[in-house]
Design a protein around this ligand. Structure first.
Ligand SMILES: [Zn+2]
Length: 156
């Protein structure tokens, strides 16, 4: 496993559309392990593949219940609305209020290539929406309601 370099705002890599992963190969599983290690090294709670320069639909998340990866994730349903503070590992030193759905349902493949459906609320719902935005070249700073000084909220 390896800690990868995190791509920072200003790089075109963060503004590209990503490719669907056709098959969960050993190489993909290895990339996921590196992404999880990178997320922990940066003290984050989520990371999307474009943040390590890989234009594939892969995200990893750990909101305190253990790490997991989602491949080709897709929000199939969203409910409610919530404004809360967000930060991004690719936008260091900044945080801000972003409006997100309060609850989302996400379909994806897991690390074994199995179909999974995740029902998420609170921090997990926010992290998933933030990471899935990364897969479409969208950064939270595009959605900011208000920027605030960095108050230590963990980035995604
Ligand atoms: Zn981010």
């Amino acid at each position: 496993m390896a800690v990868l370099e995190i791509v920072k705002v200003g790089s075109e890599l963060l503004r590209q559309q990503t490719e669907t992963v056709p098959k969960v190969t050993k190489k993909i599983v290895g990339l996921i392990a590196d992404m999880i290690e990178t997320m922990y090294a940066a003290d984050g709670v989520g990371l999307a593949a474009p943040q390590v320069g890989i234009l594939l639909k892969i995200i990893v998340v750990d909101v305190g219940e253990g790490p997991f990866a989602l491949i080709n994730p897709r929000i199939i349903k969203a409910e409610g609305e919530e404004i809360d503070v967000e930060g991004c590992l690719s936008v260091p030193g900044k945080q801000g209020y972003v409006r997100r759905a309060a609850k989302v349902w996400v379909d994806a493949l897991d690390e074994k290539g199995k179909n999974v459906r995740i029902e998420a609320q609170e921090l997990l719902a926010r992290a998933l929406q933030h990471e899935i935005d990364h897969l479409n070249g969208v950064l939270y700073i595009d959605l900011l309601e208000e920027e605030i000084p960095d108050n230590g909220v963990k980035g995604v």
